[in-house]
Design a protein around this ligand. Structure first.
Ligand SMILES: Cc1ncc(COP(=O)(O)O)c(C=O)c1O
Length: 402
């Protein structure tokens, strides 16, 4: 005889819905595009992937081996939320050497700089709070702020970055909690904010009462020109800037290591938010990275040389690949190049035809928090060899003409 469980005698009630923020924030359109372009024959200028053949497999393996051989009990154990002191000390020395005096205790180690963005959103944002962002803006930052229920407002800019006068007007109008910026080799545009504008951003933040979230995963990948100091180092910004850095573009994104430098009260709030998120960043990765820091400059120098060639290959091929009337930037570093096709082109609509030619880019539209410019696109120039870049651009030319 079958026994019917009491609960199953009734119609099954629906489960409660997802939180409103989970329903309103969609997945990254970029991830969807990457899924379509995963076929091995596609020359993929869409992903923001560091060149895998340049990962220092030997050096990184040696660092992990040494850590596990010498300090296994520490490496495999739980650790403090703030991060391993040896890594924070090494990073503080690097940051100080770049002109921003920093103590190990000023730093929180994060699980990638993406986590830094989420922690700052948790620590600073109440639902409905305004956040100012560059237009266009790094996509996953828009997601992180959207998840916190922020009202994201775009600040206009030009080929050199944010328009500081517009920033000041929007600060007065929107009373935002913070301005989020990637001032050096920005994702997606590749542009770099000049020193005078950095000083002006710091001054606006000081005068108007505003946090600055300065995200710098690409700064060490400079191929030409002089380094521009962090906004955090300009007068007025000292006590109101959260600076984010990452190992992803200089060592390997798979180790998921980043850091956050922030004034004490904000940093403490981020520490508490991180306790709730993941307790701490993997100890073994932190200790291996601390060892790897000694060889990091030499590795970054090698990567820079290769990436510079790749950027130049893309710059050389673009005039033949893009339709007449297109314009594009010349990034001094980083991984991305931003192009604007003539107005009649819609890069989102064109992408399926382009992918048929076994090449891919990211349409510019999703990067805009404000009014999108449908004729823009982002190309990543670091993942392929110069030969592959040349071939990819030929295919792009065909795809854009079809
Ligand atoms: C501007 C920007 N910020 C943050 C990140 C996230 O990097 P991480 O791998 O350190 O989490 C990226 C990654 O592409 C990025 O472009």
């Amino acid at each position: 005889m079958t026994v019917i469980q009491p609960a199953l005698q009734h119609a099954r009630a629906v489960v409660p819905p997802l939180a409103a923020r989970a329903r309103s924030v969609g997945g990254s359109p970029l991830r969807d595009i990457l899924a379509v372009t995963a076929r091995p024959e596609v020359i993929n200028f869409a992903g923001g992937l560091p060149a895998p053949e340049l990962f220092d497999r030997e050096g990184i393996a040696a660092a992990f081996r040494d850590v596990l051989a010498e300090t296994p009990a520490q490496a495999l154990q739980y650790a403090t939320t703030e991060g391993e002191p040896i890594l924070r000390t090494g990073l503080a020395a690097r940051i100080s050497a770049r002109g921003l005096a920093t103590d190990a205790d000023d730093l929180l180690i994060t699980t990638g700089s993406q986590q830094g963005l989420s922690l700052l959103a948790t620590a600073l944002l109440d639902p409905g709070d305004a956040v100012l962002v560059e237009d266009p803006c790094y996509l996953a930052a828009l997601q992180a702020f959207g998840f916190a229920g922020a009202r994201v407002v775009a600040v206009p800019g030009d080929a050199h970055g944010v328009d500081v006068r517009a920033l000041e007007e929007l600060v007065a109008r929107e009373r935002p909690k913070f301005f989020y910026t990637v001032p050096t080799f920005q994702n997606p545009t590749g542009r770099t904010l000049p020193a005078e504008r950095r000083a002006a951003v710091a001054e606006v933040a000081a005068r108007c009462g505003l946090w600055i979230v300065e995200d710098d995963p690409y700064g060490e990948l400079r191929y030409e020109g002089e380094r521009v100091p962090w906004i955090a180092s300009y007068p007025g910004a000292e006590d109101r800037t959260a600076l984010l850095g990452s190992f992803s573009k200089v060592m390997a994104p798979g180790v998921r290591l980043g850091w956050l430098r922030a004034p004490a009260a904000l940093r403490r709030a981020c520490v508490v938010a991180k306790q709730a998120a993941d307790l701490h960043t993997p100890t073994v990765n932190q200790l291996a990275a601390a060892r790897y820091l000694t060889g990091l400059d030499a590795h970054v120098a090698r990567v820079r040389d290769v990436y510079r060639e790749r950027r130049d290959a893309m710059l050389a091929g673009l005039p033949g690949a893009l339709p007449e009337g297109s314009t594009w930037g010349r990034p001094e570093g980083g991984m991305f190049l931003w192009a604007r096709l003539p107005q009649s082109y819609d890069t989102t609509a064109l992408l399926p035809k382009v992918v048929q030619q076994d090449v891919a880019y990211v349409p510019g539209a999703p990067f805009y928090a404000g009014e999108p410019d449908p004729s823009t696109l982002r190309l990543c120039f670091v993942t392929q060899t110069p030969e592959e870049i040349g071939e990819g651009l030929k295919r792009l030319r065909k795809g854009l003409r079809s």
